[in-house]
Write a protein that binds this ligand. Structure first.
Ligand SMILES: [Zn+2]
Length: 364
C-alpha cells in the first residue's frame, strides 16, 4: 500500500472519531486541514494529474465530467425520450411535497440556466396517469427518516431519489443538493471518483493519487471498522469493492462514494473538473468535530481544499448533452395525407370538398 497517511496515523485519527452522523453533512466554513493530532496533511504534496503524473494547474483544467455507460456494471439505462419524471411515494407528507416540488423545480432551473435545453432534455413531476404507469418509467421520491441524499444512477427500473428536506445537509443549500442528485438521475457520477485521479492500488489507473485520502475521518468509519483489524481497515479503505464489503463484511463503508469507479465502466472526458456540481467538498461525509465542523475526508494532493459547487459547470452540461443528444430529425416526416397523420381524416374531407366544389359548385 502506498498511502500518504500511515496506518498508525489513521488509527490515531480514528480514536478521535467519537461522533458520526449521516454520510453527508453541513460543510464547515473555512475549516483548516490541521488534524487534531497537529498533522497538516498535504502540505508539500504536488498536484498531480493522475493519468500521466504531469502537474496540472487550475487554468489547465477542462470542464468535463464522468458519466455511466448505459446499463453497464449495474448502472441504470438512459431515460426514454431524454426525459426523467418523478412521482412521490405515498409516505411523503404534503408539507414535504410542497418543499420538494418547489426546490426540485428550482434545481432543474439551475441545469437549464447553465445550458441544458429543456426542449431536448427534461426533468419534471409526472402526471397522475404517468405515476400509474410501469415502475420502470419514473423515479420514485422518498423522504428518509434519518437525513440522507441519494439517487439511482440513470433508469434502473426501480429508480429512486432519497431526498431529505433538511436545508443543512451537504452543501447547506437544498436546491444545490437536489441539483447534484438530478445529475445522478441522468447518469452523472462523482467527479472525484474518476479513475485517473487515483492510483492503481486504489482501483484507479494512475501512478499517484491526486488526492490525499483520509478514510479514517469518514463519519461511519468507527461504526463500520471500529473493531476491525488493521488489514481489514486497509482493505476496506483502499478500493471501492473493498469499501462496499463482501460476504465477510457486515456493512458497506461510505468510502464507496470517494474511491474510483473502474475505468471500463464509465465514460470520462476531458480533465478533472473542480467546478463540477458532482464533486464533494473536503469535509463532506467527515465525522462531526463539534461546533458545526467536520473532519477533512480528502484534499487535493497539494493540500488544497475541495469545495462544493452550487450550480452545474460547463463540463456537467457537456456530460449530460453527451448522454442525451437531440434526436435526429425524422428522415421520413409524416405528411398530412399519410396514414400516420392524425389530421388525415380532416385532410381527406377537405380534399373531398375541394374536388366536390370543382365538380359540382358550392353544394357539398
Ligand atoms: Zn452524489
Amino acid at each position: 500500500m502506498k498511502s500518504l497517511l500511515s496506518l498508525s496515523t489513521l488509527l490515531s485519527l480514528y480514536l478521535f472519531s467519537f461522533f458520526f452522523y449521516a454520510v453527508t453533512g453541513c460543510p464547515p466554513p473555512g475549516s483548516s486541514l490541521m488534524l487534531r493530532d497537529g498533522t497538516i496533511i498535504g502540505e508539500h504534496a504536488e498536484w498531480l494529474r493522475g493519468e500521466n503524473g504531469t502537474r496540472l494547474t487550475r487554468d489547465e483544467i477542462d470542464k468535463r465530467s464522468m458519466h455511466v455507460i448505459s446499463g453497464k456494471a449495474g448502472f441504470g439505462r438512459l431515460w426514454e425520450g431524454n426525459t426523467a419524471i418523478y412521482c412521490f411515494a405515498g409516505s411523503v407528507s404534503n408539507d414535504d411535497r410542497t418543499i420538494l416540488r418547489r426546490d426540485l423545480t428550482a434545481a432543474w432551473e439551475l441545469w437549464t440556466t447553465a445550458g441544458i435545453d429543456a426542449r431536448i432534455i427534461n426533468f419534471r413531476e409526472a402526471t397522475v396517469e404517468e405515476c400509474e404507469g410501469p415502475r420502470n418509467t419514473y423515479i420514485q421520491i422518498v423522504v428518509p427518516k434519518k437525513d440522507s441524499l441519494s439517487s439511482s444512477l440513470g433508469n434502473t427500473g426501480t429508480s429512486r431519489m432519497t431526498l431529505s428536506t433538511n436545508p443543512d445537509m451537504a452543501m447547506g443549500d437544498r436546491v444545490g443538493n437536489y441539483a447534484h442528485e438530478i445529475g445522478h438521475v441522468f447518469g452523472l457520477m462523482h467527479e472525484h471518483q474518476r479513475p485517473e485521479m487515483w492510483s492503481t492500488a486504489y482501483g484507479g489507473t494512475a501512478d499517484h493519487n491526486s488526492f490525499i485520502w483520509n478514510c479514517a475521518n469518514l463519519a461511519d468509519y468507527a461504526e463500520v471498522l471500529g473493531n476491525a483489524d488493521e488489514e481489514t481497515k486497509t482493505r476496506r479503505c483502499q478500493t471501492r469493492d473493498g469499501a462496499a464489503g463482501g460476504l465477510m463484511d457486515s456493512k458497506s463503508l461510505s468510502a464507496t462514494n470517494w474511491l474510483p469507479v473502474p475505468a471500463s465502466n464509465v465514460v470520462v472526458a476531458g480533465d478533472f473538473d473542480m467546478t463540477s456540481i458532482m464533486i464533494y467538498a473536503t469535509e463532506a461525509g467527515g465525522y462531526a468535530l463539534g461546533g458545526g465542523l467536520r473532519a477533512p475526508v480528502y484534499t487535493l494532493a497539494n493540500g488544497d481544499l475541495l469545495h462544493y459547487n452550487h450550480a452545474p459547470s460547463a463540463g456537467d452540461i457537456a456530460a449530460i448533452n453527451d448522454l442525451y443528444p437531440a434526436p435526429a430529425p425524422d428522415p421520413q416526416p409524416c405528411m398530412l395525407y399519410d396514414a400516420c397523420s392524425p389530421f388525415r381524416t380532416a385532410y381527406e374531407h377537405i380534399k373531398g370538398c375541394v374536388n366536390c366544389q370543382q365538380q359540382q359548385g358550392n353544394h357539398c
